[in-house]
Structures are given as structure tokens and as C-alpha cells.
Design a protein around this ligand. Structure first.
Ligand code: NAP
Length: 274
């Protein structure tokens, strides 16, 4: 088959409707992948953008916090060979643990952990059977920090950061690589969705990286098959500090950034006026 008619490789990107996932899917389209993209709200606009970049796109609306939602995505992928999986969908939940709705807590855990590992297990089995594939999992530097006022979310990312390293090790000797992208605070819809508009972290432009930049770093790491990548030097510094500081001190530092009502919403408001 000549190069022009060769089938394009397939990438699956979850959480592709906005933020980091949107830019991961754009990168994949620019690099010649066709796409299956998923989110829990309609993603027709995003899909159109990816199509303009030359990709054949299948958009799947599903709640990846549910088994039915993950199965819906798995069925949409069908028996096609997945060349790259970017398991990126996730969300936060701000505020004090005791004030949170338990159903909202479960949704964080089921999206960030349960749905993510369910999808990865299915896709990775196919990749190993074909001896080919790249997996990028979006963890977070939050996984290194006991997250006062974002406790369940940070715990979920500690799981993901750890899981990604362990799975990478288990797949040594196969042709399948697992990379973990660990962003720090990024200027997406994340904070508003998590109800964190009045926190310091959501409103300090010096702390926020842009999602296209974060996605570029993650995508490159995935292509190179790197183990993990912390996006940005300030975040690398934060991780280094988290590793040497007593956990109680890290939790206190996190409290200052994530406690609601410590600042007026500015950055996020501007973000949504764009
Ligand atoms: N922003 C940050 O500061 C930051 C820092 C470190 C790590 N991260 C991680 O980066 C990833 C992407 O977040 P982002 O910052 O790009 O935020 P975002 O703009 O809110 O994007 C999150 C994406 O995940 C999707 N999603 C969330 N829950 C879902 C569910 N149950 N089922 C299906 N799709 C779901 C959303 O879909 P809908 O649009 O349909 O809701 C959206 O496409 C997340 O895993 C997040 O934890 C973010």
C-alpha cells in the first residue's frame, strides 16, 4: 500500500472537549492520527476542529464515571487497533471534605480512578496482544501533595501517578509504553468545574500554565515513551519540595492555595470571557 493510502493510526483521547485533553487531541490530529474522542457533554465543536486538521473523528458522549459509560466508549472503539491512548478525563471537587456531597465525591473517584483504569485495562490488553502502543495517563503533581481542601482529588491523583509507574513496569519487555503527564495548575475549566473559583491557586496567573503547552509536553513524552513528565519548571520545583518537606507542611501549603474564600475570582472569570 502506498503512503497516501496507508490507514492513519488511531488515537483515543478522553476528556477531549476542553482543556488539556482538547489540546492532546489536536496534537494527535496534527500528527496524523484519526481519533475517537470522549467527554460527558457533547463535543461536536471540538470534533469539528480536529476534523479540520485532517483527522477522521468519532465523538463519544459518555460518563466515564460509570461502567456503562466506559463500555459505551469501548464499543465505539470496537475491534480497531488503538495506537495511542490518552486517558485524560478527570475532574476536581473543591471545598472542605465534610461539606461535600458524597455523590460528588464518588463521581471524582469513579472518573479519575475507576473509569480510567477500566478503560486502560481494556485498551492495554489489545496493545500488548499486538505488541504495539503508547499510553499517556494524565496524573498530576497533586498526587505528591496531601491536598487540604481538595483531599479526595489529590488522593485520586496519587493513585493515578502510582498506578502509571507500576503499569509501566509490568509492561516492560512488551512494545507498549506507559507515560504519566503530571501537570500543575493549568488555565482550563478545571477550577470552575470543581467550585474552586475563590481559591488562590485558580487566581494566580503566575502559577497557571496554558493547556496547549502542557499538552505539547505530554504528547512528546508519550511519543518518546518517557516514564513521566512534570510540566513546567515551577511545578518540578514544587514536586521536589513535596518530596523533602514533611507531609503535614505540604498539606498546610496546599491549604493556603486551595481553601475557598481566600481571594476574589479573577483569572477564571477572564478565562470564560475568552
Ligand atoms: N487544570 C489543572 O490545573 C490540572 C492540573 C493537574 C492535572 N489536571 C488533570 O488534567 C485532566 C484534564 O483536566 P483539564 O484541566 O483539562 O480540565 P477541563 O478543561 O475541565 O477538562 C476535563 C475534561 O474531562 C472530561 N470529563 C470530566 N469528567 C468526565 C466524566 N465523568 N466522563 C467523561 N468525561 C469527563 C470533561 O468533559 P466535559 O467537558 O464533557 O465535562 C473535559 O473534557 C484531568 O485529569 C485533571 O485532573 C488538571
Amino acid at each position: 500500500m502506498d503512503e497516501l493510502n496507508a490507514p492513519r493510526p488511531l488515537a483515543v483521547v478522553t476528556g477531549a472537549s476542553s482543556g488539556i485533553g482538547y489540546h492532546l487531541a489536536r496534537r494527535a490530529a496534527e500528527h496524523g492520527y484519526d481519533l475517537v474522542v470522549a467527554a460527558d457533554t457533547p463535543l461536536a465543536d471540538a470534533a469539528r476542529d480536529f476534523e479540520r486538521l485532517g483527522a477522521k473523528v468519532q465523538a463519544v458522549q459518555c460518563d466515564l464515571a460509570t461502567t456503562d459509560g466506559v463500555m459505551h466508549l469501548i464499543q465505539a472503539i470496537g475491534d480497531r487497533d488503538v495506537e495511542a491512548l490518552m486517558a485524560n478525563a478527570g475532574h476536581g471537587l473543591g471545598g472542605s471534605f465534610l461539606s461535600q456531597d458524597f455523590s460528588a465525591i464518588l463521581h471524582v473517584i469513579n472518573t479519575n480512578i475507576t473509569g480510567t483504569v477500566h478503560l486502560i485495562q481494556h485498551v492495554a490488553r489489545g496493545m500488548v496482544a499486538r505488541a504495539r502502543g503508547r499510553i499517556l495517563i494524565t496524573g498530576s503533581i497533586a498526587g505528591f501533595q496531601p491536598g487540604a481542601f481538595h483531599a479526595v482529588y489529590n488522593g485520586s491523583k496519587a493513585f493515578i501517578d502510582s498506578f502509571a509507574i507500576a503499569l509501566r513496569n509490568e509492561l516492560k519487555g512488551t512494545e507498549v509504553t506507559v507515560s504519566c503527564l503530571m501537570p500543575g495548575a493549568t488555565d482550563t475549566e478545571f477550577f470552575e468545574r470543581a467550585g474552586m473559583e475563590t481559591t488562590k491557586v485558580a487566581n494566580d496567573p503566575k502559577m497557571l500554565m496554558q493547556p496547549d503547552e502542557v499538552a505539547k509536553i505530554g504528547f512528546q513524552a508519550m511519543l518518546k515513551g518517557e516514564a513521566d513528565v512534570v510540566a513546567g519548571w515551577k511545578n518540578k520545583l514544587q514536586v521536589a519540595m513535596s518530596k523533602v518537606m514533611p507531609a503535614q507542611a505540604t498539606a498546610q501549603m496546599h491549604r493556603k492555595l486551595a481553601e475557598p474564600g481566600t481571594t476574589e475570582p479573577t483569572v477564571q472569570a477572564e478565562h470564560h470571557e475568552k
